[in-house]
Ligand binder design. Structure first.
Ligand SMILES: Nc1ncnc2c1ncn2[C@@H]1O[C@H](COP(=O)(O)OP(=O)(O)OP(=O)(O)O)[C@@H](O)[C@H]1O
Ligand SMILES: [Mg+2]
Length: 430
């Protein structure tokens, strides 16, 4: 009998090869982290489980360290006192040498049934999301700056919050700066604040966002969209951990962890000269990439279920319990240009529309139903089919631009007014 998923196993023993042979013979696939020799605390979070040989020197200390990151199975010569001691120190189980295939298999059998490392508020069981969770844990263990990249609606802000909530800074503020919303003229006053009397009208002292974040985390959202001035101003705070208020005479020190997010290709922006390379390197100490939903479709069912639970309370008249298989199939076959946010919008809309306790295909937007375009071409006119095609493109562009009409028009390569006419024609609400 094989195991469905692969494991990342850390083996601490002079006889590691023996264990690998057993893994092989009982059909356990090892993930590539298992092969890495080094196991510094920043890579330990990557493992699922450890096998620690307690006939080796210094095993007690090693056990105490490892158990903080993963379940540890102790193994050694059959000596009662040592076995008991290993369990007291926190080993999950003890196996005696010589190791038997059956006892190792049992460990994995039990382990497999336990839920995987999950992170509060984040849904997704795909391997891709597991890697994202690992990245979050790693980032939370350190105080390094983090760059989160991913298409619109993939959950960048959610991930930034999760890092903060798991970090030592959790009790302190998490401040979001929507970078593209601050014009250059207000930049310094928003970020750094001003002293009373700094300029006409400054009749009080104002704290800037950087100061509010002291002790906590500052999240620069949409960092790829900021002006050169913005880049220069924040580089100094990030490098020196200090800033000067408008009208202030001396720098103020702050203790802030920076997380930035963007859906742009920053290395490319650096090459083209629109983004400062020094700022990029300062932010990109830990990089977390959130892949688009279409590359992790196995997350769609659990996300769907989650959003149904989240929004079903809005219907007072019926209790919505789930979704039909056919409707879920339709979702699985869609590409979600707007990613998780789009899925959430679709479910919210379906909940508002449905007449039954289960969401059906009829409750989903027409553009999701792939076959409809072909059906229409067969039965209806070319015009109808083209309209449908156009509608799908427009909807997709609007999802990518998060409802911003100018940006969507840009993506479609048409004028804003033209797009507005189309929206009216197709009765698409933004
Ligand atoms: N893995 C997930 N589990 C649960 N909810 C999620 C997940 N990913 C995203 N969401 C939800 O999808 C929506 C979009 O997420 P978020 O705002 O974090 O995306 P974003 O990447 O910051 O998007 P944008 O680039 O458009 O700002 C939110 O409502 C969020 O709660
Ligand atoms: Mg966002």
């Amino acid at each position: 009998m094989g195991f469905l998923r692969s494991f990342s196993v850390l083996v601490v023993s002079d006889e590691a090869e023996k264990l690998y042979k057993i893994f092989d013979s009982i059909g356990i696939t090892l993930r590539k982290t298992s092969k890495s020799k080094s196991s510094s605390s920043t890579t330990l979070y990557l493992y699922d489980i450890a096998f620690l040989d307690i006939d080796s020197e210094g095993w007690e200390k090693r056990l105490l360290e490892l158990k903080q990151y993963m379940p540890v199975i102790a193994f050694g010569k059959p000596q009662i006192e040592k076995a008991v001691k290993s369990m007291k120190l926190g080993a999950l189980d003890f196996l005696k040498k010589p190791l038997k295939d059956e006892s190792v298999r049992e460990i994995f059998q039990n382990f497999k049934d336990k839920p995987k490392v999950e992170i509060d508020g984040l849904i997704g069981i795909s391997r891709i999301m597991e890697d994202v969770y690992c990245g979050i844990r790693k980032a939370a263990l350190t105080d390094s700056n983090v760059l989160i990249t991913g298409e619109s609606g993939t959950g960048k802000e959610l991930v930034a919050r999760a890092i903060h909530n798991l970090s030592e800074r959790q009790a302190n503020p998490f401040i979001v700066i929507n970078c593209s919303a601050i014009p250059d003229t207000l930049l310094e006053s928003e970020l750094f604040g001003f002293e009373k009397g700094a300029f006409t009208g400054a009749n009080y002292t104002k704290k800037g966002l950087v100061e509010w974040a002291d002790g906590g985390t500052l999240f620069f959202d949409e960092i790829g969209d900021v002006s050169p001035l913005f880049q220069t101003k924040i580089l100094r705070v990030i490098q020196e951990g200090e800033f000067i208020k408008i009208g202030g005479s001396h720098p103020i020190k702050v203790d802030v962890r920076f997380i930035a997010a963007t859906n742009r290709d920053l290395p490319k922006a650096c090459r083209e000269g629109s983004f400062r390379e020094d700022l990029f390197y300062r932010l990109n100490v830990i990089h977390i990439e959130i892949p688009p939903l279409r590359n992790r479709k196995e997350d769609i069912p659990s996300l769907t279920e989650f959003f149904i639970k989240k929004h079903s309370a809005k219907r007072k008249d019926i209790a919505i319990k789930g979704i039909t298989e056919e409707a879920l199939d339709t979702l699985m076959n869609y590409s979600f240009p707007g990613n998780v946010r789009e899925l959430e919008n679709i479910i919210e809309r379906a909940i508002a529309f449905t007449n039954s306790s289960e969401i059906t295909v009829k409750d989903l937007p027409a553009y999701l139903i792939k076959t409809s375009a072909t059906k229409k071409t067969q039965q209806g006119s070319l015009r109808e089919a083209l309209d449908l095609f156009e509608k799908e493109l427009i909807w997709s562009a609007l999802q990518k631009s998060r409802g911003n009409i100018s940006k969507a028009a840009d993506l479609l390569g048409i004028h804003r007014q033209q797009l507005q006419r189309k929206l009216k024609q197709f009765k698409i609400a933004t």
